[in-house]
Structure formats: structure tokens, C-alpha cells
Design a protein around this ligand. Structure first.
Ligand SMILES: Nc1ncnc2c1ncn2[C@@H]1O[C@H](COP(=O)(O)OP(=O)(O)OP(=O)(O)O)[C@@H](O)[C@H]1O
Ligand SMILES: [Mg+2]
Length: 470
């Protein structure tokens, strides 16, 4: 029988819905049909004999001609369109001699389905992006910072003034004084206020993860890393503010890396070579005596100076007792909403007691005491008996908190009265109370509390979170 002529073959190929290219084993173009040539604005004479990579965008024909592995229905962008490409090795007498490839537009139905799927993904993405952005907006403004005492008003005014500058701020003050609230308010009224506010608690992130949290990581940087890598918080905070909370707990090795990033205004994601420019303002906070840490060599002096361009020292509640009344009123308003109550007030004796107390946990402690009282309240007046035991004890705890032993004495706990219930509930109850007692004793220092309890700080933070202890 007579073989098909070249004209016949050409005609048959042109009738098919696909464009065809043939390469030899070296990936040199041996044939390309007219429709394909027209599609990429060239001619057969022009392309024959050229490496296929020089002729077709994003081609993999030369690879298939080498590997002998077919590739079916691969999406390949060519000339601004996404094409569906299939590539087959040509095997003659058991040897790979080249490859044939076809491309065509996807089936209109498939294309529509594909477009719908993508549109759905784009919609989901924009929803999650707006949710994340909402999360990253700082939640408080200066109006949320309550206090009429001269020392508080002075620091609030100062914070307002410096919020306009772009310099780093170091906020110090005892636990629960409102450092995080100040950081939020400063960001909000700064020029960066419409950009993200990204808080990170340096104490609660395990040392080995801190760098990748802050600077991100490249694909395959370590086992368990997410495919495609992950942006670090410095990148997430672009044009906004990074709030480095508990900076005193940052390990020394990380301090050096942070210093370098701040000096060079760029970061290097973990496991990568490239550097990424950063544009963020830094607000750092700590309840620790950071100057002492510098003297002792546990905090880098150069980093301290870099962070401490502006320092805000938030006064503790015991030094502004005149604020207790107005703070209690504001906190009660907040709690009334949470507990569906109305018109809750403090009795004069309770207010008097509050004024005597030393408030080692500051405003957070006041908030906790009021929340506890509202929980057990019969009417709308908080009285002596609604206070926790340690406040009902009249002895001066000013001396007490400085003692080197916890103020809840062992013999006060009557173990025979423990309720009969699943053991894990009792264990949890005792664990929670022990943590609360220890935090009171350490005046809110979580690090010290974790040390006293003989557990790691990460595990301590996890427990606090699990028991809702702030
Ligand atoms: N001046 C204030 N006005 C209103 N609420 C305040 C004020 N100060 C603190 N608070 C409230 O007290 C709680 C503790 O504040 P915040 O978390 O900012 O303290 P902090 O200084 O960061 O404490 P820590 O060192 O333990 O992290 C929060 O619930 C906050 O809303
Ligand atoms: Mg804080």
C-alpha cells in the first residue's frame, strides 16, 4: 500500500484542533505546524533547527525528549494565554529519539469551570485577607487609656506627642500597667495607624522558632516548614508597627539578629540567601528591669540603645491610687456588658480597701478582682465579702509581697475538703490556683513564676492560656 504523502499529513494535522511541535533528542525543533507557527508569530523556516527553548515560552519539550516521561494536560502559559500542553517521547526501536508536543486552548467548559474555581479561591482569599487585616488593626486608642492622676496624665500626653515620630519606643513598667494598651494607642495615632499593628510575645515563642516567626523562612528551610515558605512578622507589618512584647525575654542570639535587622533595615529569611527590606516602627515593652539586665550582660547594650530612643515608663497603680476609683468605674462598665448586669458599684469600704492594697498586678489585678466580685454578686453593690480572700485579710500585704515565700500558707488549704469529681478536674483546679497564687507572689512576672514552679516558660504560658489567666 502507498504511504501517506507529506501533503496529506500536513492537511490532516491542520484539521486537528491541536498545534504540534516535534523535537529531536537534543531538543532541536524538527517540525512545527502552521497554526502553531502563526500562534507564536513565526514561520516554519524560522524555527526548524533551533533549540525549542528559544522558540516556545515555558516549554518542557527538551526535558521530555531526555527523560522519556510523558506529560499530559499540563498548563503552559504562552503568549499571555494559558494553554493545555501534552508532551510524549518518541521511542523507535526501544530508543528515545525525540518528543512530540501538542497544545490547545482548554475546552471552553473546562475553562469556565477552571475560572469559577479560581474566582472562588480569589473570593476566599480576599475574605481571609480582610479578616487577618482586621486582626492586625490595633484595637485601642488614647481614649481607652483611663486615669486622671498627674503622673498618668503626663505620660499619656508624652505618648501622644511621640506617636507622631517614627523612632523606636521602649515601654517599661510593672506587669498589668497597660504597656500593651499604650503600644496600641501610639500606633493608632501615628502615621502608620492605617497599616498593620503586629504584636509578638518574645517570651511565649520557643527560642528556636523566634527567628523564623520574625523574619520568615524560605521553602524547605527546615523539616516541618510550610511548602513555599512563610512571611515573617516584619514583612506582615509592612508600613506598620511591630510590637515586641516581653523584649527582656528575647534570647541573646536573637538580640544580635534583631539589632542587625534594625541597623540595616532589612532581614534575611531563615534558610534563604535573599534579603528583604523592612519598613516598620518598633515598639518594645518589658516589665523587667532592663537597665539592670544590660549591666548584668543579659541584654545587649547596643540593642537597648537602639530600642530606647524614646522611653515611656508607665506608673504602677500603687503610685497613682487616685486613679483606682475612675478605673474601677470604667472596668465595671466593661464587665457589666460581659455579665449582663447594670449599675454595679463599689461599697465605700471596698474602695477604701482598694486604696490600701499595693496592687502588684496593677490594672489587670484590679480587673480580675472586679470580675471575680461580679461573678459572686447578689445585688449591685460590691461589698467586703465579695472580695477574694487575700484582700479580705487585713494585714498589710506591702510587707507580705516582699517576703520570699508565697503568701498562701500551706495549712490554709484543707485538702480533706477537695470535691469528689473526676481527678483531672481537681488537678486542673489546684494547678490553676497555684499559678494564680504564684503570679500574685511574683507581682505578675511570668518568667519568675515559671521558675518558681519549676516549669518552662512556654509550658507556663500554655497553662495560663488554657486556664484563661492573663
Ligand atoms: N490606663 C488604663 N485604662 C484602661 N485599661 C487599662 C489601663 N491600663 C491597663 N488596662 C487594662 O489592664 C489590662 C492589662 O493591660 P496590658 O495588657 O496593657 O498590661 P501590660 O503592662 O502589657 O502587662 P504585662 O507586662 O503583664 O504584659 C488590660 O486588660 C488593659 O485593658
Ligand atoms: Mg503586656
Amino acid at each position: 500500500m502507498k504511504m501517506l504523502s507529506r501533503e496529506w499529513l500536513e492537511e490532516i494535522i491542520s484539521l486537528l484542533n491541536e498545534r504540534i511541535v516535534v523535537v529531536n533528542q537534543e531538543g532541536i525543533v524538527m517540525y512545527m505546524d502552521k497554526a502553531y507557527c502563526d500562534f507564536i508569530n513565526t514561520t516554519m523556516e524560522e524555527v526548524i533547527g533551533k533549540p525549542v527553548q528559544d522558540v516556545i515560552e515555558n516549554t518542557r519539550m527538551h526535558i521530555v525528549a531526555k527523560t522519556g516521561k510523558e506529560e499530559i494536560q499540563d498548563f503552559q502559559p504562552i503568549n499571555g494565554s494559558v494553554m493545555v500542553a501534552s508532551r510524549f517521547p518518541i521511542v523507535i526501536d526501544g530508543e528515545i529519539v525525540g518528543a512530540v508536543g501538542t497544545v490547545n486552548f482548554p475546552d471552553p467548559e473546562d475553562l469556565r469551570g477552571f475560572k469559577n474555581n479560581i474566582q472562588q479561591l480569589v473570593n476566599d482569599l480576599s475574605y481571609y485577607r480582610s479578616e487577618v487585616e482586621k486582626e492586625l488593626k490595633s484595637k485601642y486608642t488614647f481614649d481607652d487609656l483611663v486615669g486622671d492622676s498627674p503622673s498618668f496624665k503626663k505620660i499619656k500626653e508624652f505618648a501622644k506627642v511621640i506617636s507622631g515620630s517614627d523612632s523606636s519606643v521602649l515601654i517599661t513598667g510593672e506587669s498589668g500597667t497597660g504597656k500593651e494598651l499604650f503600644a496600641n494607642a501610639i500606633h493608632n495615632s501615628s502615621l502608620r495607624g492605617h497599616h498593620p499593628f503586629v504584636p509578638i510575645n518574645c517570651a511565649s515563642i520557643p527560642e528556636e522558632l523566634l527567628e523564623s516567626e520574625l523574619f520568615g523562612y524560605e521553602d524547605g528551610a527546615f523539616t516541618g516548614a510550610k511548602k513555599g515558605g512563610k512571611k515573617g512578622l516584619f514583612e506582615v507589618a509592612k508600613n506598620g508597627t511591630v510590637f515586641l512584647d516581653e523584649i527582656g525575654d528575647m534570647p541573646l542570639s536573637m538580640q544580635s539578629k534583631l539589632l542587625r535587622a534594625l541597623q540595616e533595615r532589612e532581614i534575611q529569611p531563615v534558610g534563604g540567601q535573599k534579603t528583604v527590606p523592612i519598613d516598620v516602627r518598633i515598639i518594645a515593652a518589658t516589665h523587667q528591669d532592663i537597665q539592670k539586665m544590660v549591666e548584668e550582660g543579659t541584654f545587649r547594650k547596643d540593642l537597648y540603645y537602639r530600642l530606647n530612643v524614646i522611653q515611656l515608663e508607665i506608673p504602677s497603680l500603687r503610685n497613682r491610687k487616685e486613679d483606682i476609683k475612675i478605673l474601677s468605674e470604667m472596668l465595671l462598665k466593661k464587665l457589666e456588658k460581659k455579665f449582663y448586669r447594670k449599675g454595679v458599684m463599689l461599697s465605700p469600704e471596698v474602695l477604701e480597701r482598694f486604696k490600701q492594697h499595693s496592687w502588684p498586678g496593677n490594672v489587670r489585678e484590679l480587673e480580675n478582682v472586679l470580675e471575680r466580685a461580679i461573678n459572686v454578686l447578689d445585688d449591685h453593690i460590691i461589698k467586703w465579702n465579695d472580695l477574694p480572700l487575700y484582700l479580705r485579710e487585713l494585714k498589710k500585704e506591702e510587707e507580705n509581697v516582699h517576703q520570699q515565700e508565697t503568701h498562701v500558707k500551706r495549712d490554709e488549704i484543707n485538702l480533706s475538703l477537695l470535691p469528689i469529681q473526676p481527678l483531672k478536674d481537681t488537678v486542673a483546679m489546684v494547678e490553676k490556683q497555684t499559678i494564680i497564687n504564684t503570679l500574685e507572689f511574683t507581682r505578675g512576672s511570668k518568667l519568675k513564676a515559671a521558675q518558681l514552679l519549676g516549669i518552662g516558660k512556654t509550658s507556663f504560658y500554655d497553662k495560663c492560656k488554657a486556664y484563661g489567666i492573663k
